[in-house]
Structures are given as structure tokens and as C-alpha cells.
Design a protein around this ligand. Structure first.
Ligand code: HEC
Ligand code: HEC
Length: 203
């Protein structure tokens, strides 16, 4: 060993120096990393200490503004994000706002694939399968082509269900909505007193 060392002395020295240099670089990197991390943490703490403006003061209460997504928070300030909305999965059919409204979907549709080869929705909503799954079969319009001829299977015009039917979430309203149901309009007209506007506000 000592012979080998003596023979390759410069080589060994270079090796030892390289190892020491590498160790130094490693320690320096670790140390700088910690310093950077601490200053980042400090910034985050400072950020948390002054809370971003919440929607109670600015957004949700004032549903008349159209700036629904930013909720009135100035562009140079970061908004506290609203909680993620959950898809309603109550299995209770909802009222339709007008006779030809595509009904909203009262159940979750996660992972229900609709593509060229398969249509998961029709597993339950096809006329032939509806009984088994106790699902409402798609109405006759879904079997009609554009010339009003009835087809044996779902019309290609109605194949992509989510074009017209959508799930609903529990997200709060972003902007106000003054939609009036035709029954409310008629009731208001009949009553003769209340204006249609007032009827809309009853909701
Ligand atoms: C596992 C069976 C099943 C699948 C798959 C399914 N549904 Fe349903 N669907 C039902 C049942 C059952 C109902 C009746 C209400 C309930 O129990 O949720 C329903 C209700 C509906 C309604 C409400 C109808 C009304 O009159 O209000 C719509 C719209 C609807 N589904 C659309 C879809 C769409 C679009 C898909 C595919 C993305 C789909 N469904 C996939 C079983 C299913
Ligand atoms: C082009 C829009 C459109 C597409 C695409 C569409 N629907 Fe509909 N759907 C409607 C409309 C409008 C209604 C309500 C009037 C009617 O029955 O035609 C309806 C009604 C329904 C109903 C209620 C039927 C009843 O008698 O109460 C179900 C269930 C339904 N659709 C499921 C589906 C499914 C499943 C698909 C995909 C295979 C689909 N729809 C594709 C527009 C559409």
C-alpha cells in the first residue's frame, strides 16, 4: 500500500483534493439552500399574517357586479380561492326552467366515457336498459334525425350527451340571475299588481 501510494503520489493527492472540494461544494449548497428556504418561509408567514381580501366584503354579497371570478378584488392582490365545488349527487330530478330545457344531470358522471366506441350514458338511459337501471330513458327526440325520422338507435345529433346535459355543483352564484319562469310571468300578469320584475325577486 505504502509503495503504491509513493508511486502514485500526485494522483492520490489530486483524488483527496477532489473529494475535499466536492464535500465543500455539498456543504455550501446545503447551507445556501437552508437560508433560501428560511427566507421563503418568512415571506409566507408574513403573507399569511395579512390575509388576502375575502369575498364576504367584496364578492358574494354583491351579486350585481359582473366581475364574478375576481370578486371585485383589485388585480394587484391575490384572492383567497373559494373552496372547490362538489358535484351534486342527490339522485333527485330537478325542475326544468322551461319545457324544452335539457334536464340537468342529478347524479355524478365521473369516469362516464362517451366516445366513438362507447357511450356510458346509454348503458342506463337507452330505452332497452332503462328498466334495469331505473333510469329515465332518453326521450323520443333523441332518436330523431334532422328530418324528424325516427331511428332505431340514438341519433348522432344526440350522441354527445354533455353537449346539452350538465351536472350541477354546490358552488355559490358568481353573478346574479334574474331569470323568470314563464309561470311566474303569467302569475304576475294575472295578479295584475306585481310587475314581472317583482315576481323575479321573489325567488
Ligand atoms: C348507472 C346508470 C346511469 C348512468 C351510467 C347514467 N345515468 Fe343518468 N340517470 C340515472 C338514473 C337512475 C337517473 C334518475 C335520477 C337518479 O336516480 O339519479 C338518471 C337521471 C338523469 C337525468 C335527469 C333526467 C330528468 O328527467 O331530470 C339526466 C339528464 C341524465 N341522467 C343524464 C345522464 C348522462 C348525460 C349520463 C352520461 C354522462 C348519464 N346520465 C349516465 C342513471 C344513470
Ligand atoms: C342537442 C342536445 C341534447 C343532447 C346531445 C342530448 N340531449 Fe337529452 N335532452 C335534450 C332536451 C332538449 C331534452 C328535453 C326535451 C326532450 O325530451 O327532447 C332532453 C331530455 C333528456 C332526458 C329526459 C327524458 C324524459 O323523458 O324526461 C334524458 C334522460 C336525457 N335527455 C338523456 C340524454 C342522454 C343520456 C344523452 C346522450 C346519449 C342526451 N340526453 C343527449 C337535449 C339533448
Amino acid at each position: 500500500m505504502s509503495n503504491a501510494f509513493a508511486r502514485n503520489r500526485p494522483l492520490w493527492l489530486a483524488l483527496i483534493l477532489a473529494v475535499v472540494a466536492l464535500a465543500l461544494v455539498f456543504v455550501a449548497g446545503w447551507w445556501f439552500g437552508r437560508v433560501a428556504e428560511r427566507s421563503h418561509e418568512a415571506k409566507e408567514v408574513a403573507h399569511a399574517a395579512q390575509p388576502a381580501p375575502r369575498d364576504s366584503a367584496l364578492g358574494r354579497a354583491d351579486l350585481t357586479q359582473i366581475d364574478g371570478l375576481r370578486r371585485g378584488i383589485p388585480v394587484d392582490q391575490e384572492a383567497a380561492p373559494l373552496p372547490m365545488a362538489r358535484v351534486q349527487n342527490l339522485d333527485v330530478k330537478r325542475e326544468r326552467a322551461y319545457p324544452m330545457q335539457p334536464p340537468t344531470i342529478p347524479h355524478a358522471i365521473d369516469g362516464y366515457q362517451v366516445d366513438k366506441n362507447s357511450n356510458r350514458c346509454m348503458l342506463c338511459h337507452a330505452r332497452a336498459n332503462a328498466e334495469k337501471f331505473q333510469a329515465p330513458p332518453v326521450s323520443v327526440t333523441h332518436y330523431m334525425d334532422r328530418d324528424d325520422q325516427f331511428l332505431a338507435s340514438i341519433s348522432s345529433r344526440r350522441y354527445f350527451c354533455n353537449q346539452c346535459h350538465v351536472v350541477q355543483t354546490d358552488a355559490p352564484l358568481l353573478v346574479n340571475n334574474a331569470f323568470e319562469d314563464i309561470d311566474q310571468v303569467l302569475a304576475a300578469a294575472e295578479a295584475g299588481t306585481a310587475t314581472a320584475e317583482a315576481a323575479g325577486k321573489v325567488q
